[in-house]
Design a protein around this ligand. Structure first.
Ligand code: AMP
Length: 191
């Protein structure tokens, strides 16, 4: 099994690139953002619990997110590996993921950050908001709050995964195809 975490600030292209990685390496793609949005659309208990956090650009509390992620893994266990997209986003989530994966004899093999500066991301997100109707992509204050959540809670994971020797960063600027090729080059060198 080869398990990858892809992370990066909102708009860095995690979801887009995760889909290419999933195809090429036959991975099962788990996006916690997509799972929350699906639950919100279906008005499940989880969706109702999570909605206000997504609307405001705040992180959903760890205990809700971790449980949702673990369930998704356990329900889809006949796979060649996972690509975790948008999870973990806090130190507690990262530690829980390690504990959980080792309890089922798995581990993270690589964590890859997509590096893009915030000015470019704001332009990308506002553009995306026009076509996807995502409320958290349409308001500059919400976008800034999401950056703030990333900078204060998620960026410390660089250190966490660096210490394990499994942190890699890829330049997330340029065409989608160029970025995909950079990612494939990196993953090919690791497997
Ligand atoms: P994304 O689609 O990854 O940009 O996530 C959209 C929103 O879903 C985030 O702004 C959070 O409100 C929520 N979310 C997604 N993943 C997580 C996570 N790992 N922890 C907490 N909240 C999350």
């Amino acid at each position: 099994m080869f398990n990858i975490v892809i992370f990066g600030k909102p708009g860095s292209g995690k979801g887009t690139q995760a889909k290419f990685l999933k195809e090429k390496y036959s991975l099962y793609h788990i996006s916690t953002g997509d799972l929350f949005r699906k639950n919100i659309r279906n008005q499940t208990k989880l969706g109702i619990e999570a909605k206000s956090f997504l609307d405001n650009g705040d992180l959903v509390p760890d205990f809700v997110t971790i449980k949702m992620l673990e369930n998704e893994v356990l329900l889809n266990n006949q796979v060649k590996g996972y690509i975790f997209d948008g999870f973990p986003r806090t130190l507690h989530q990262a530690e829980s993921l390690d504990t959980f994966l080792s309890s089922i004899n798995l581990k993270i093999n690589a964590t890859i950050a997509l590096d893009v500066n915030e000015n470019e991301l704001i332009t990308r997100l506002i553009d995306r908001g026009k076509t996807t109707n995502r409320s958290d992509d349409q308001d500059i204050e919400k976008i800034k709050n999401r950056f703030n959540e990333y900078n204060t809670k998620t960026s410390i994971l660089v250190n966490f995964y660096n210490k394990q020797g499994i942190y890699f960063s890829v330049d997330g600027k340029g065409s989608v195809n160029d970025i995909t090729l950079r990612l494939f080059g990196l993953v090919d060198s690791l497997i």
